[in-house]
Design a protein around this ligand. Sequence first.
Ligand code: IPM
Ligand code: MN
Length: 360
Amino acid sequence: MELKIGVIKGDGIGPEIVEEAMKVLDKVADKYGHKMNYTQLLLGGASIDATGEPLTDETIAKAKEQEAILMGSIGGDTTKSPWYKLEPSLRPEAGLLKIRKSLNLFANLRPAYLYDVLSDACPLKESVAKQGFDMLIMRELTGGLYFGERHTSMVDGVKTAVDTLSYNENEIRRIAIKAFDIARKRNNKVISVDKANVLDSSRLWREVVNEVAKNYPDVTLEHMLVDNCAMQLVKNPAQFDVVLTENMFGDILSDEASMITGSIGMLSSASLNDTKFGLYEPSHGSAPDIAGQGIANPIATILSAAMMLRYSFDLDEEANSIEKAVKTVLDEGYRTVDIYSEGTEKVNCSKMGDLIAERI
Ligand code: IPM
Ligand code: MN
């Protein structure tokens, strides 16, 4: 089949890692008889440099013509890059938030999985790490604090900043349904994370999640307060299967979950709307400190490409072949510098891409 894929290389290490993911996708196309039809799109700093805006209407229109988007990473060094002298709405991150909202990508899936061969890199104590873990964080992506009304003004002579956390029942219901559906394909367990002991938005969250759960008697539901969840992730990560949570909590918890896997360079993500369309990107950022050196770990982006084949194109076999190739290369002892340990073989970004592509 022909796959219409938008490609956002982005900033920092973005272009290097996307290059490797495309290498792997091209190999998949070769082997399984598909045609990858790529359209390059500009977002973030690269778009600011070319057009003065982090995301133009033209790019949104082009993005909507694609079946899926594969993205690297956007943004630069916030203390040094000229992009951060611009007003907030013109900075790279504003482009990312705008594309999520414009394409209605409300469901963000962030799997966090401990590879056996990388369990040494897990910072948790051995008794916890040896139990392993395999969770999927389902983060609401187009509501809450990120998109609520915000302003900074003088109130009685005092400079005051306001951000608003708002959710309506429909926004909660649609993400909850996605979480329960996906739990059915995994281990039938949802832990919904909120702050219902304080926030109204969390109390509504809990109410709606309970309602949705009634249609999934085969899926276990537990509610957990977000502060407790932050502790449980390091105390007993094996208890989690699907973690369902709102935008800001999901941002923070997914970074924590990725950290305990030993390397943020391994984690993929998918941002989905109500159709088959999705935007696929690594969970990590643009790492401007190592950009251009060819040493970045492309695995998270390669695994994001696998998620794209699975969720947007229903090409499960092809997706599995990528995941299997990654595992084989790790089992064979090849490592990029971020996951290197003594006794393994250090390879650069492009070599890692070659090795994985060769094993498809
Ligand atoms: C992420 C990032 C973004 C977010 C930033 C870059 C706006 O941290 O995708 O997790 O907070 O959502
Ligand atoms: Mn984040």
